[in-house]
Design a protein around this ligand. Sequence first.
Ligand code: KG4
Length: 343
Amino acid sequence: MKEQVEQPIILGIESSCDDTSAAIVRGTRLLSSVIASQKVHELWGGVVPELASRAHQQNIVPVVDAAFKQANIRKEDVNAIAFTRGPGLLGSLLVGTSFAKSLSLALGVPLIEVNNMQGHILANFVDTDDATAHPSFPFLCLTVSGGHTQIVRVDDYFSMTVLGETIDDAAGEAFDKIGKILSLPYPAGPHIDRLSRQGNPNAFTFSRPQVQGLDFSFSGLKTSVLYFVQKMQKENEAFVEENLADLCASVQYTIIDILLRKVKKAVKETGIRTLAIAGGVSANSGLREALKLWASHSKVDLHLPSLHFTTDNAAMIAVTGYFKYTQGEFTDQSATATARYSL
Ligand code: KG4
C-alpha cells in the first residue's frame, strides 16, 4: 500500500440508483466528474432495478476511463478509491462496490466506503472554480432526494444526527408519483419545476399533513392529488392537459411549503442559523427561491449546492472519501454493498 499523503488523489465511484458516475479529486479540489444517466427507465415510468444494474455494468468502465482522461491523471497516481456502499438499490450498488474492490486490489491502494446520504451533505465541500464559501459547523442540512427526505444536524464531517425524516414517501418520490398521475415523463421533478414557472401556485389547494416534530409525510398529498384529478376528469376529460401548469405550480408550492415549515421549526428549535440543502430535489428552482427569500429575511446563512452536485454524483463520494482518508478510515476487501445504511 502507498503511504498517506497530504493532498491525496481520490477516485470516487457512485452507482446507488440510476446514475453511473466517476470523479477524481485532489484533496477537496475537483479534477473531473463524469455521469452517465440511464434513459432506459423513462419507458417504464420509474427505475427498474434489474435494468439499472445492467446499465451500470455497461457504463462503469467507460465512465471511469473518461474521468481519468478528463482529469489528466494516470491510474497509478490514485491514492485511494472511494465508493458508495449504500443506501440504494442492491444490484446497482454491487456493480460499483465490486468494481472499486477489484481496482483497489489491482492498483494496491486503499478502499474507502461512503454513505450516499453523507456524500450528499458533503457535496457542499467540493471545491470548483465557481464554488461559494462552505457552510461552517454546526449547520442544518435539508436532504431531499428520490429516496430520502431528512433534516440533519451536521456537527462536523463525520458527526451527523438525523433530526427528522419522512415517515412514508420522499419529496422526490412525491414529485415523481404525482408527475405520473399528471402523465409526465419519469423523473417528473424537473418537468414539474419547468411547468410550474408558467402556472399559478394558488390555483388549487391541497391539504398539508399534520406530522409531529420534524418528520415529514408526502403520501397523503399524492393521494389527494389523485382523487382531485379523478374527480375533475369525470366532469372534463381534458382537465389535466388544460390545467397542467397550474396543477404543477400548486403541487410544487405545497411540497415547498411542507419542507419550509419543518426547516423553520428546526432552525427555531436548534438555534442553528446555517442551512445547507442537498439531494436531487435541491435542484428545484422554486425551493431554491423560497429558501433564499426566507433566509435573507430571517438572517439565515444559506448554502445552495451547485446544480452539478444535486443529483447522485461521484464528486461528493470522492470528497467524502478525502475526509475519511485524512482520518485513516479505510475499508477492507470484505465490505459488501448494503441497501440500507443509516447516517
Ligand atoms: O438525489 P437523486 O439524484 O437520487 C435519488 O434519490 O434517486 O434524486 C432524484 C430525485 C428524483 O425524484 C427527481 O424527480 C428529483 O430528484 N429532482 C427534482 C428536480 N431535479 C431532480 N425534483 C424537483 N425539481 C427538480 N428540478
